[in-house]
Write a protein that binds this ligand. Structure first.
Ligand SMILES: Cc1cc2nc3c(=O)[nH]c(=O)nc-3n(C[C@H](O)[C@H](O)[C@H](O)COP(=O)(O)OP(=O)(O)OC[C@H]3O[C@@H](n4cnc5c(N)ncnc54)[C@H](O)[C@@H]3O)c2cc1C
Length: 422
């Protein structure tokens, strides 16, 4: 039901959710699950209803998953929950003192509480030849369609970037029969997130499956004849190709929030309290754009671009919109999947660390790498040792400084980590 203020051409809703991604979707869900009967309007720029973005580089990209299976909820669920979704629509302006928003369809909406969850934009590389066809970025289901269709007949594809997008796409495209090459600045894949040891493990896993990796190099330009035909690197490589996928990171899309006057933090996100409330009461941020004071990280401000974080933020915001005064206490978690070759899981994040302890064995493909700072566990990555994750969460939350014996236990697969009870 659409609510209009009597005599004024302005719609009125209780909750305006800006952005059609996971953070907004889960916020809408938890508003209803927590018993709210208020009017909810979710506005999203994309054509699809909210969906699980990670599928774009995995099953969906390989054509192994129907589009609808990536959706957060079936299409009819939104109406059943009496949640209005306006897709293919942008929020263009927000006036926080009047509590009104202008939409690209010319609607004006008055709201009581609002969530900014506008996600992130891919970082575009402007080098010579960047306008050639079959040079792709990957953020949306539409981008995944373009890669699948555009590279259907391609034999060779070059990935620029050796982190999540570059590695996952290289794995997926290799699995569907393409010859994939990665060009990256780092010495080993995932180096910036996980360091050299764990990074090397995934690097070798990719190479074993035929992915060619050129480390310590970077893109100089593209050459082609309308379509890209060659990647030229600063290091002097000339790589023949029929397609390119660039995974060069993302930047949080805070433009709307900034124009509305919300405070932007040092990590480039919307500055929020531990309740995910922005500098303006009743206005929240979640997901990739949310830079919040983390209870887990002892008051440090963190901003994390991962699926599970967006999902959990949505719930915390819903509870706080309903007055529950709920700090965000989840230890951030994420996963990454390299085709069916393996899945990594991580809790943290550790922005810097001074010690790594490996439990298990990288050679045996079953390990947890613990990241410590001053003797305190800050993060952990696991491969085929998911059971360690709960211990990692507990240790991260506790900020417990480990003794030498406890540090030795972290490395010992037979030790009972439950005995380290801070
Ligand atoms: C290919 C890919 C694979 C990934 N794989 C993983 C993974 O394996 N594991 C993991 O943990 N994370 C993964 N991620 C990251 C994860 O998907 C994101 O962290 C998560 O989707 C962020 O959710 P969000 O709701 O904050 O933003 P988004 O999902 O980006 O949603 C924001 C939405 O808001 C829309 N929007 C922006 N501005 C406006 C406006 N003014 N008006 C209306 N709508 C607007 C955007 O168009 C977008 O649809 C992956 C990301 C990508 C791109």
């Amino acid at each position: 039901m659409r609510g209009y203020r009597a005599g004024v051409g302005v719609r009125k809703v209780d909750f305006l959710l800006i952005g059609g991604g996971l953070a907004s979707a889960n916020c809408a869900r938890w508003l209803r699950e927590s018993g709210s009967e208020g009017e909810i309007l979710l506005v999203g720029r994309e054509g699809d209803p909210p969906y699980n973005r990670p599928d774009c580089s995995k099953d969906y990209l390989r054509g192994e998953e129907p589009r609808e299976d990536a959706y957060f909820r079936p299409v009819e669920w939104w109406a059943e929950q009496n949640i209005e979704t306006l897709m293919r629509t942008s929020v263009s302006e927000v006036d926080l003192s009047e509590r009104t928003a202008k939409l690209s369809n010319k609607d004006e909406v008055e709201f009581d509480k609002a969530l900014f969850a506008t996600g992130a934009n891919v970082r575009r590389l402007t080098v010579d030849g960047c306008e050639l066809e079959q040079i792709h970025y990957l953020r949306t289901l539409g981008n995944a369609d373009a890669i699948r269709d555009g590279l259907a007949d391609a034999e060779r594809v070059v990935m620029i970037g050796g982190s999540f997008i570059g590695c996952e796409v290289a794995a997926s495209l290799t699995k569907v029969g393409k010859h994939c090459t990665i060009v990256m600045q780092e010495q080993v894949t995932f180096e910036r997130s996980f360091g050299a040891d764990a990074g090397r493990f995934f690097h070798q896993l990719l190479e074993e499956h035929g992915v060619i990796i050129h480390p310590r190099d970077e893109l100089e330009r593209f050459e082609g004849d309308g379509s890209v035909r060659r990647v030229i690197t600063r290091g002097g490589l000339e790589l023949d190709t029929e397609g390119v996928v660039i995974g060069a990171g993302v930047t949080p899309d805070v433009a709307l929030a900034q124009r509305a006057g919300l405070t932007i933090g040092d990590r480039g996100g919307v500055r929020c309290s531990s309740r995910l409330e922005s500098s303006v009461p009743g206005i929240y941020a979640a997901g990739d754009i949310c830079e919040y004071e983390s209870v887990i990280h002892r008051g440090e401000f963190v901003r994390i671009e991962h699926w599970d974080v967006a999902f959990n933020h949505g719930k915390t915001v819903a509870l706080n919109m309903l007055g529950k005064d709920q700090p965000h206490e989840e230890v951030p978690y994420f996963y990454s999947v390299l085709a069916d070759w393996g899945e990594l899981e991580y809790v943290g994040p550790a922005y810097d660390w001074d010690e790594e302890i490996v439990r298990g064995s990288l050679d045996d493909r079953s390990f947890t790498d613990w990241y410590l700072k001053d003797g305190v566990v800050k993060a952990a990555i696991t491969f085929a040792r998911s059971d360690d994750l709960d211990h990692a969460r507990r240790l991260i939350k506790s900020a417990h400084k480990l003794s030498d014996d406890e540090r030795a236990a972290l490395a010992d697969v037979d030790a009972d980590l439950g005995a380290i009870v801070p």
